[in-house]
Each structure stands twice: as structure tokens, then as C-alpha cells.
Ligand binder design. Sequence first.
Ligand SMILES: Cc1ncc(COP(=O)(O)O)c(C=O)c1O
Length: 377
Amino acid sequence: MQHSLEEIIEGKLAEKQKQGLLRSLSQPQGIDFSNNDYLGLANHFEIAKAAADAYVKYGAGSKGSRLLGGNNQIFEETEKWLAKWKGTEAALIFNCGYSANLGVISALCDSETHLFFDKLNHASIIDGYAMGGGKLHRFTHNSPADLEKALQKADTDGLKLIAVEAVYSMDGDIAPLKEYADLAEKYGAMLYVDEAHSDGVLGPGGKGLIAELGLEKKVHLSLTTFGKAYGTMGACVFGSKLLIDYLINSARSFIYSTAISPGAVVAMQKAVEVSTRDNFRRDSVLKMSADFRRKITEAGIDCMQSETQIVPVLLGTVERAQKCKEFLLEKGFCTACIRPPTVPKGMARLRINISAGHKEKDVSNLAEALIFYIHSL
Ligand SMILES: Cc1ncc(COP(=O)(O)O)c(C=O)c1O
């Protein structure tokens, strides 16, 4: 019997529901520990005002792709400014981090490319590979030894591309970037680092993990997103002029998409200026995160290898994670329940993101509520 379109789609949704994986939209309630506004900049007056003024001055839209009528001096000046800030030759603004990863990875991956991919990399990186192609080597999370084994086996005249994150979005741990940079050099590979969750928080003036480790000359391409610590939106890829020229010519998500609005571009620069100036935000988020992690680990709670403002609480099953989230919500705390396929099966967790916008008291009250709940299981 032929099914109607509705029946086919309902069947797909029912399957997700059966597995406890149905998603739905809801608004955060209570004190929000689920968003990525790590520096508390999303409601910052100076940034919002700079964006609002730019919207009035330059209009609401960019009118086209950068290659077809959408380019203007705001983009070019901001890219120059951002490249100088990061210490690279060139920079290219993308509409968001997802689109940047899709564009960069697909542009670099063709049938000759070997992509070396940390197993916990973000979906946007694997989606870029799916769009491009080549041979995929998935190496054990944060394991330079496993990466090296894969590099030794790779036999190609094409590009070897290592793609990693600086701080992992669901685990809050930090990548061994120095070791990766050494391996990239040793095996003639290109190193791409996604700094979505490290920029703004780590490094001098929040310039990220690459800057913290002094690896600017060893990383070939990196990504900053502005929708997280910088509290705005959009993304920027940093690298040599050669690589940025290549992306302008090959990154499909850049070429075939209307550019982000000039107001959002102005907000990017202003957010970096405010973040660089306001060191107290970084100090505060890092201190509150360290206190929170210490408190809950001392109480026997597994927050995995987290070393940052992203603190996972490993609960295993989706049901356990969901129940814990519900309990905390009753106590006035909004946390994110992270389930497969975002994390591997059996590794469901709450993800608690600490922000400079939180009060110390809120963070310690959350720790106490969490400890109480876990101990009562
Ligand atoms: C590691 C990583 N890269 C890229 C992205 C995508 O960035 P954006 O939200 O700007 O699209 C995310 C967002 O979740 C991320 O966690």
C-alpha cells in the first residue's frame, strides 16, 4: 500500500520519538546555563548600538553574494582588521560557523584528499567532508598517537588535511594542538583548527588557543565564530592570502549564499574590541568554571575531561540525562540535555555552560542542586 507524504514523515518522527530522540523547540527558563554566551556579551549595549547604527547607515541586507553585488568596504575593512588581530595574512567572513566549516572542508576535500578527523569533531566538519569527498581517517579523540598512526598509513599525492577543534563543544576539553602542529609539519599536512569554543575565552585578550600556545605560524587555517563568546553572529576563517583566495574561489557556502548583513559584520569587530578590553569577563568565567568543576568532582560527579567553561555531566542514558535536566529546571536552572547522535550512544549528558554573565551565587547554587540530585539517585 502506498503511504501518503504525511504518513512517511510521521513515521520518521515516530521512529525518533521511539528512540527518545525527538527534538522540539522551547525557550530557556530560569537561569540559563544552556547557551554559548560565554562572556555575557549578547546583550552588551556598545555592541548592539554599533550594530544598530550600522543597520541604519548601510541597510538591513547585503544584497547578494560577496562575488555578486554583496561586497562592500565594511567587509573588506573588517576582514583586514580581523586578520591583523589574529596575526594572519588574510581573513574571510562567512555567514556562520556551520557554513564556514561546510565551505572550507568541502573546498579542500576532493577524491585525492585524506582528511584526518577527530572522532568528536562538530557535525559541520563531517558535513563538509560529505559534500567534498576523499578518504576519511577518524582518529581517537584528542590522541596525537592515533593521528600519527593514521598519517603513517596514508598514501596520497594529494592534500593531507588535519581538522580539529581547540575546545570540544560537548566535552569542554582542550585539544593537544602543539602535538598536532608538530605532526602536521612532520607529515606535510595542513592543519585546520576550529576555535568556536576557545575564542574569546582562552589566549591573550581572548585570542584563542592557537595564540595561547604561540602556534600562529604552524596552523594553516583557523575558524572563529561570533555567535558564541562574542555574543553576535557570523564567522571568520583566517589563513594565508593564498588559502583565502582559494576559498573565495572554491567554498560553495561562501560563493552561493547572500552575504551576512553589514550590521552583523560591524558587530563582529565591536564584540572583539569589547572582549579584548574586558579581561575581567574571561577571568570571571574561567574562575567560576574552575570552582564549579572542583565542587562537583569533589562530590563524585563525572564531568569528563572538561577544563573550560563547558562542563559536561555524564549521565549515560537519555532518560537519566532528561530526568536530571527536569529536576534542575524545577529548581530554576536551565541546562542542555545532550543526546545521541550529537554524542555517542550511552554517553548522554547535561552540558552546563558557565558564562561571565552568571553570578557566582547562581553557579554555586547550581552545583549544590546537582550534587543533591546525583546523590539522591
Ligand atoms: C565546534 C563548532 N564549530 C562550528 C559551529 C557552528 O557555528 P555557528 O553556530 O556559528 O554556525 C559550532 C556550533 O555549534 C561548533 O560547536
